[in-house]
Design a protein around this ligand. Structure first.
Ligand SMILES: [Mg+2]
Length: 362
């Protein structure tokens, strides 16, 4: 079924309150690009990608100028072929980075279109492993006082979460440890706790943190160092006392291959919005499986549930603070620590464009 038209929409979506993570600093909103693909029979597929604010226009422009001419009148069901064509067309200024974000939005819309046309949810088309995926609350709270973090943890537990993540990277490790200790004491041993340093440390600092944090039974320590220091990750995984999570800042299948090759991660966390869409995400999930590793996700939980529900090695899904639940028809449902996948066709929800239009930037 050939593609008749493509619409590219960009937004800056405000957050309810400013939140801080070490690598990004203080954030008041996030950028979002939605791609709407219509085929010649009138079937519609929608996909989106998110990024830090003020970058959505550049990413929308890549899709408009570079990918639209390739896609119009092409067969929408040849997703692997179209992915390759987009990659090829932008490879010199690409091979990851903004190009991976741009391809992701198109790829997601192509998969949604396929699901809508087949009248099947994507999780079944992609493998159909389990309709329930274990979730955790991916709080962004580096700027919050301890009292507020504890209050939010209580709210998370009331909402049905059995696992909670907090941020690290305050000015001293002592302060980070005090915050982790306060949260662990508050939630008890039954609730899982993860900590995300968002690239805050050098390798030597990260090793010290990994060992001191082992007193608090963390499920993982996430991105303690810069994302592409694969040997550094291997050193920390092999010498530290806390399991390692990473992957949200890797933008290609090959970067994950390197991370696995160096044995640098316990919990790989690809993000379809940063690694080029559902097509490479599923390959990364299978590459993890072949390396006897689980697969997680970062961000975009309303969509990632469709991908992780297809994977036998899915372990945890992050429910991220950049939520779009207010702007979609069927937000993620959480029950007793699990996210429940939607059985509606494609990605399982529709955007509310009336509600989004106030934040439009193109
Ligand atoms: Mg993270």
């Amino acid at each position: 079924m050939n593609i008749k038209s493509i619409q590219v929409l960009s937004y800056t979506v405000p957050l309810k309150e400013p939140v801080e993570a070490y690598a990004a600093g203080l954030m008041t909103g996030f950028g979002m690009v939605i791609v709407i693909i219509t085929d010649e029979n009138g079937n519609i597929g929608q996909g989106y990608t998110t990024m830090h604010s003020k970058q959505e226009l550049a990413i929308a422009r890549i899709i408009e100028d570079t990918y639209k001419p390739i896609l119009i009148n092409s067969d929408s069901s040849r997703i692997e072929y179209l992915w390759k064509q987009m990659w090829k067309q932008s490879h010199y200024a690409g091979r990851g980075g903004p190009v991976s974000f741009a391809i992701a939005a198109v790829d997601a819309a192509l998969w949604d279109l396929l699901g809508k046309r087949l009248k099947q949810p994507l999780w079944k088309i992609l493998g159909g492993y389990s309709p329930n995926v274990k979730v955790y609350a991916g709080n962004i709270d580096l700027n919050f006082p301890i009292a507020k973090i504890l209050e939010n943890a209580t709210k998370n537990i009331e909402e049905g979460y059995k696992a909670i993540k907090m941020r690290l990277g305050r000015s001293t490790l002592k302060e980070d440890i005090e915050r982790v200790e306060a949260v662990r004491n508050h939630i008890g041993d039954e609730i899982e706790l993860m900590a995300d340093a968002n690239e805050a440390w050098r390798v030597d600092q990260a090793l010290k943190a990994s060992n001191e944090l082992s007193n608090f039974n963390l499920t993982w320590l996430e991105e303690p160092i810069t994302p592409d220091d694969y040997k550094g990750y291997a050193y920390l995984k092999n010498n530290g006392k806390t399991p390692i999570a990473a992957g949200e800042n890797l933008h290609t299948l090959q970067e994950f291959q390197l991370l696995f090759h160096y044995n640098g991660v316990d919990f790989p966390e690809p993000d379809y919005t940063t690694c080029g869409g559902f097509t490479p995400f599923m390959k990364i999930a299978k590459l993890a499986e072949a390396n006897n590793l689980p697969v997680m996700s970062h961000g975009a939980h309303d969509v990632h549930i469709q991908l992780l529900a297809a994977c036998p090695n899915a372990a945890y899904m992050e429910v991220h603070a950049f939520g779009i639940e207010e702007y979609i028809s069927h937000p993620l449902q959480i029950k007793e620590g699990y996210g429940l996948v939607s059985d509606l066709s494609g990605i399982g929800f529709e955007f509310n464009f009336d509600k989004l239009k106030q934040y439009k930037t193109n």
